[in-house]
Design a protein around this ligand. Structure first.
Ligand SMILES: NC(=O)c1ccc[n+]([C@@H]2O[C@H](COP(=O)([O-])OP(=O)(O)OC[C@H]3O[C@@H](n4cnc5c(N)ncnc54)[C@H](OP(=O)(O)O)[C@@H]3O)[C@@H](O)[C@H]2O)c1
Length: 289
């Protein structure tokens, strides 16, 4: 079954809109500052999606765009001034940041209470990409529950805890934040990476496979057990289009569930970022949760 991430995202927007209206009633517009450095095509594409959804939800998004002559000092100064700006609720620095600056310097620059991307070690927010994977897993659970004898699954968390999960990739913007989130919510998983020699074997015994690499054919049709779910986080460009870490036609035939590109994890990720921004705005006022 192909998972429609756009449909999941639309459902998740509904409670957000209600919160945004309540904030508007108090004279507050959630405000996200997005810093984009360079001309990386995928980054421009991601930022465009964020602007589009922000506009639709009436979240103010201010884009700060720089070319590669930007110095680390100017970048950090900008983040510092946004940290101090009371009207700004969330700040993201779009990754990859294509200038020479240690990733820790950026991760630590944004105040935890404004770090809606969840990169700061003490961030007040869970990473949107991990929240998106969780929402997609929740969707699979609901589909399974609706079609099954109802005794199998008592609750979502209990269901997930029984699954064998394989996370492929331990990188900064995908594998690592998802692993951190799974650890936080008590979900066991196996993590593989470029040095793992047994990915095929691990994949074949997994109920859920989450490739977070950004290269073609990381997971092939013969690496999935019947009815397994594959959630494609990693993306790479092919003929000017973004593709997941697997061939979608293969997964259509072999996976129980799979996310497509476009229209899979991406739209859910963007809504989760918006949800964190709204949450950041709610925390600044006396909001009736
Ligand atoms: N869909 C979304 O919303 C979304 C959000 C965030 C990121 N992404 C995408 O996710 C991908 C990963 O991002 P990232 O920042 O985490 O990248 P990264 O830091 O470059 O990490 C890539 C990871 O893949 C592993 N890897 C490389 N080749 C492999 C192979 N042949 N087999 C198994 N593992 C392999 C690497 O292993 P080592 O650690 O051993 O080097 C590394 O852990 C990118 O394509 C990015 O665009 C998508």
């Amino acid at each position: 079954m192909k998972i429609d991430g756009r449909k999941i995202a639309l459902e998740l927007e509904k409670p957000l809109k209600a919160d945004i209206n309540k904030l508007n009633d108090q004279g507050i517009t959630p405000h996200l500052a997005v810093i984009l450095v360079g001309k990386d095509k995928s980054s421009i594409n991601y930022v465009r999606q964020k602007l589009k959804i922000g506009r639709k939800l009436k979240i103010k998004i201010r884009l700060y765009r720089y070319n590669l002559t930007l110095t680390p000092e100017v970048l950090i100064n900008l983040v510092n001034s946004l940290n101090k700006d009371k009207k700004v609720h969330g700040i993201i620095v779009q990754r990859p940041v294509t200038i020479q600056i240690p990733s820790d310097a950026i991760n630590n620059a944004v105040y935890p209470e404004k770090d809606v991307d969840g990169f700061h070690p003490d961030s007040c927010f869970d990473p949107p990409v991990a929240l998106a994977v969780n929402e997609i897993l929740r969707f699979i659970y609901k589909v399974k529950l609706s079609g099954k004898n109802k005794t199998e699954t008592a609750d979502y968390s209990g269901w997930l805890k029984k699954k064998k999960i394989l996370l492929i990739g331990r990188g900064e913007t995908a594998g690592k934040p998802i692993a951190k989130y799974f650890n936080k919510i008590g979900i066991r998983f196996t993590m593989a990476h470029s040095q793992s020699r047994n990915i095929k074997k691990l994949s074949r015994i997994s109920d859920i496979v989450i490739p977070c690499v950004g290269k073609p054919n990381i997971v092939r049709h013969d690496m999935l057990k019947k009815s397994a779910a594959i959630i494609g986080v990693g993306l790479h460009p092919e003929n000017d289009k973004l593709k997941p870490d697997y061939n979608q036609a293969e997964m259509e035939k072999s996976a129980g569930f799979y996310t497509p590109v476009p229209g899979g994890v991406g739209p859910v990720n963007v809504v989760m970022l918006m949800r964190n921004t709204v949450l950041a705005a709610k925390k600044t006022v006396n909001f009736d949760f």
